[in-house]
Ligand binder design. Structure first.
Ligand SMILES: NC(=O)c1ccc[n+]([C@@H]2O[C@H](COP(=O)([O-])OP(=O)(O)OC[C@H]3O[C@@H](n4cnc5c(N)ncnc54)[C@H](OP(=O)(O)O)[C@@H]3O)[C@@H](O)[C@H]2O)c1
Length: 343
């Protein structure tokens, strides 16, 4: 079969922040024996994709790199030694190309960060970093799995069958986590600055409770009240140092605080003295860097087994040519869930 010689992609511009993205034509790299050539059908954006343009991302990123880590794609060609994939298979890639078993010790090589990402029509991956997609999901839904989904899965300590999860905000990670909790019958409390977004969240399942963090400044007290004085079993900390103290106060004895985000910045001065509160509550604090291939595979198996629809996760869909508008929507913070680009 004749393979495409070139394809369209976006790359970050260079210079002083805020950067933007620009469309480029790229030459297709060679497909080696263990490689798989994929045609990308949908890409979803994450907060980090904006943070890199604004120079607020706390990790190194490739100058003029191709943005985005999350895609849903179709296999079009496989190298001579590939055994796990064939043309026509629906796949996605893992976020950190070095994190297969979850035991590797090298630094991450993160798609769309320190290696080129997926906002492009075609890409070549080593077969070991690919995962089969659940059949029931559309390209748009499946494009949300890699970063937001695997992070939510890992941060919630899934699979879990009981307890209460506290989810901060209604962005991509939180809304994915909400859908996982609903599918597993786990109680959830989700926060937002918008009553309208909270109404929408409550409409998704019977065990969803909500708090407007703008109106209820001491939201940790409300979490404790909503859990009959017990507190949440796990909290996804999306905001960062500024709310860690409140998240910790929201937790039950032996709860887990999953450190995920930096939406409120990474000002170390705001990081509270946690030594005694963590000790006395027997809390586990976990640093989360998305998850491993095993985590992502477990998430895909769960989504397939429970036939979880990810449609409620999708805030807006933009065509490839309007990718800049998709980035602008994410930056506006008006979204609820995920912003998807179709190719
Ligand atoms: N460690 C990891 O592995 C990992 C993986 C994925 C993401 N992240 C990080 O996790 C964070 C969330 O990512 P995302 O892609 O889900 O972001 P996102 O979709 O851009 O989420 C934005 C939403 O978060 C909420 N928010 C913003 N500031 C808030 C605050 N002070 N308190 C509570 N909620 C607030 C707002 O929700 P409302 O409009 O409802 O108020 C906002 O719309 C980011 O910092 C991201 O970089 C980390």
């Amino acid at each position: 079969m004749s393979l495409p010689q070139s394809y369209q992609a976006y790359r970050r511009t260079e210079g002083t922040a805020p950067l933007t993205i620009e469309q480029v034509t790229e030459k297709l790299p060679p497909v080696k024996s263990h490689d798989v050539l994929v045609r990308i059908h949908a890409v979803s954006l994450n907060y980090r994709d904006i943070a890199m343009l604004d120079d607020t991302y706390p990790q190194p990123c490739l100058p003029r790199g191709i943005p985005a880590s999350d895609c849903a794609a179709e296999v079009v060609f496989v190298g001579s030694e590939v055994s796990g994939f064939k043309p026509g298979d629906r796949v996605t890639a893992i976020w950190d190309l070095t994190n297969l078993a979850g035991t590797e010790e090298q630094s991450p090589e993160a798609l769309g960060g320190d290696v080129d990402g997926v906002l492009r029509q075609y890409a070549v991956f080593n077969e070991q970093v690919l995962v089969h997609l659940p059949d029931h999901l559309s390209w748009e839904e499946a494009s949300c799995i890699t970063c937001a989904g695997t992070t939510a899965w890992n941060a919630l300590e899934f699979p879990r069958k009981s307890g209460t999860a506290l989810l901060q905000g209604t962005g991509g990670v939180s809304m994915f986590a909400l859908l996982l909790c609903i599918a597993a019958d786990v109680q959830s409390i989700i926060t937002s600055s918008s009553d309208e977004k909270l109404d929408q969240a409550r409409s998704l399942g019977p065990h969803v409770r909500t708090i407007n963090y703008r109106k209820v400044a001491n939201w940790e007290e409300e979490v404790v009240r909503l859990t009959n004085g017990r507190g949440a079993d796990v909290a996804i900390e999306n905001v960062g140092p500024a709310t860690v103290k409140q998240s910790l106060a929201s937790l039950a004895q032996r709860g887990t605080l999953s450190l995920v985000g930096f939406l409120g910045g990474l000002d170390a001065e705001k990081f509270p003295d946690l030594y005694f509160p963590v000790l006395v509550k027997r809390v586990t604090m976990r640093g989360i860097v998305v998850g491993s291939k095993i985590d992502q595979q477990a998430l895909c198996d769960f989504l397939a087994e429970k036939k979880v629809s990810l449609k409620p996760l999708i805030d807006a869909v933009f065509p490839f040519e309007k990718s800049k508008e998709a980035f602008a929507r994410l930056k506006s913070g008006k979204h609820q869930g995920k912003i998807v680009i179709t190719l």
